[in-house]
Design a protein around this ligand. Structure first.
Ligand SMILES: Nc1ncnc2c1ncn2[C@@H]1O[C@H](COP(=O)(O)OP(=O)(O)OP(=O)(O)O)[C@@H](O)[C@H]1O
Length: 263
């Protein structure tokens, strides 16, 4: 078993809203081994994004800590690439320039920045779109650029928060296939947040289930489907069993869903 790359240790996060306080994440602990792909699923509002935001260094924990390579994180850093649901590309820059811009803090020259941008665009299948502007691309293509940008500074951990949440079903499936291929080729350590249980099973080595708020980890389910993963696997008995198990687990943790109510 390889070493732990990312360790979440007794993490809690409380928000103050006026006089009220909202406990979003409550004493969450887990580890992700190097090169492991771990997804977190759970009912809406259970604290998944909060967890990722703290891991990205964009919010301080109220209690506990997150470590990458044994170092407590204290803010955003280039050891972590982050991809959110919204692509956040600069519309006035070309695809290549968007990535080069992200690399401006690296101690590398212009030529190296350009080469890295082109290399990562190739990885996500957009080698021919380097000079296009974001407005000329589909949602799926923009999200590919966001992934290429996150990979361009060679982070040791990739943090993804519902990255395909805004895409239609077809684009979403294409992106899942692309991501699994990129992961299988490059073996990254990934923390992936999603609502979509099929997506979590298809992509992951492990799926963590969070309870309804305050979010706690209630299950840690290994996904032992063979790799490389193929779309056809989604109809296999093993896949469907895992999906059923996770669905049940998420539903039972959410009082509104368990009661058959709509949110
Ligand atoms: N900045 C904030 N200020 C106050 N409350 C917040 C803030 N961010 C999140 N919350 C609250 O913390 C809880 C967890 O939110 P979070 O966005 O992490 O959940 P989530 O599981 O990602 O939800 P979803 O699946 O719907 O995206 C929610 O009750 C939310 O309203």
């Amino acid at each position: 078993m390889s070493a732990d790359k990312l360790v979440v240790r007794n993490l809690s996060k409380e928000f103050r809203v006026g006089r009220e306080s909202v406990l979003a994440v409550d004493d969450v602990s887990f580890s992700i081994a190097e090169n492991e792909f771990v997804s977190v699923v759970g009912p809406s509002g259970c604290g998944k994004s909060t967890l990722l935001t703290v891991a990205a260094g964009l919010g301080d924990p109220t209690g506990g800590s997150i470590l990458v390579d044994g170092e407590v994180i204290r803010g955003p850093g280039r050891d972590r690439g982050v991809v959110f649901q919204s692509y956040s590309l600069f519309p006035w820059l070309t695809v290549r320039a968007n990535i080069e811009f992200a690399l401006r803090g690296e101690k590398i020259g212009r030529v190296e920045r350009r080469l890295r941008a082109l290399e990562q665009l190739d990885v996500v299948g957009l080698g021919n779109f380097a000079d296009a502007y974001p407005s000329q691309l589909s949602g799926g293509m923009r999200q590919r650029v966001a992934i290429a940008r996150a990979l361009s500074y060679r982070p040791s951990v990739l943090l993804m928060d519902e990255p395909f949440g805004a895409l239609d079903a077809l684009n979403r499936r294409t992106m899942q296939e692309l991501l699994t291929k990129v992961w299988e080729d490059h073996r990254l350590t990934v923390l992936f947040i999603t609502h979509d249980i099929d997506e979590a099973v298809f992509l992951s080595d492990r799926v963590l289930v969070m309870s309804a708020r305050p979010g706690r980890i209630v299950q840690d389910v290994p996904i032992r489907l063979e790799r490389p993963r193929r779309v056809e696997m989604q109809t296999s008995e093993e896949f469907l069993e895992l999906k059923q198990h996770l669905l049940k687990s998420v539903t039972s943790t959410d009082p509104a869903l368990a009661a058959g109510g709509r949110r």
